[in-house]
Write a protein that binds this ligand. Structure first.
Ligand code: 2BA
Length: 109
């Protein structure tokens, strides 16, 4: 068995959960925050059998889009003003960041 942790953009999270239910995957959605953008995103925890991993990754890939996002400039606050960029910078936020972990034991009581 594996535990898949997938960090996705909030805009994709409802569509992804609908597709997971349709394909009979069980998932838990956590409200999370990206360390870099400090903006909300959604983390899915999905426990599944090894032979269903490829199908699961395909569903995640098909339902999560990569998007450009603007990062507001952060003022130097007493730091080095030479490196200060006074205009917003665009970053590419991935469709999904996925970790696949082995599960040692799974119980439901
Ligand atoms: P954030 O940390 O808010 O990052 C959003 C996007 O900002 C990233 O997209 C990347 O394009 C950019 N970025 C992140 N750190 C950067 C840095 N130090 N310098 C320049 N640009 C940077 P993604 O890589 O697609 O990541 C999307 C979200 O997935 C992340 O949101 C974070 O919540 C999660 N994530 C990504 N890599 C992770 C990792 N190795 N461990 C845990 N969570 C991760």
């Amino acid at each position: 068995m594996k535990l898949v942790m997938a960090v996705v953009q909030d805009k994709d999270s409802n569509r992804l959960s609908d597709e997971l239910i349709k394909a009979d995957f069980r998932a838990t959605k956590l409200a999370s925050t990206g360390g870099f953008l400090k903006a909300g995103n959604t983390t899915f925890l999905i426990g599944t059998e090894n032979e269903k991993i490829e199908e699961l990754l395909e569903i995640i890939k098909d339902n999560c889009k990569s998007r450009e996002q603007l990062v507001a400039p952060i003022s130097p606050m007493g730091g080095n003003a030479d490196s200060y960029v006074p205009y917003p910078v665009e970053v590419q936020v991935g469709g999904a960041t996925v970790f696949v972990l082995p599960v040692e034991q799974f119980e439901q009581f």
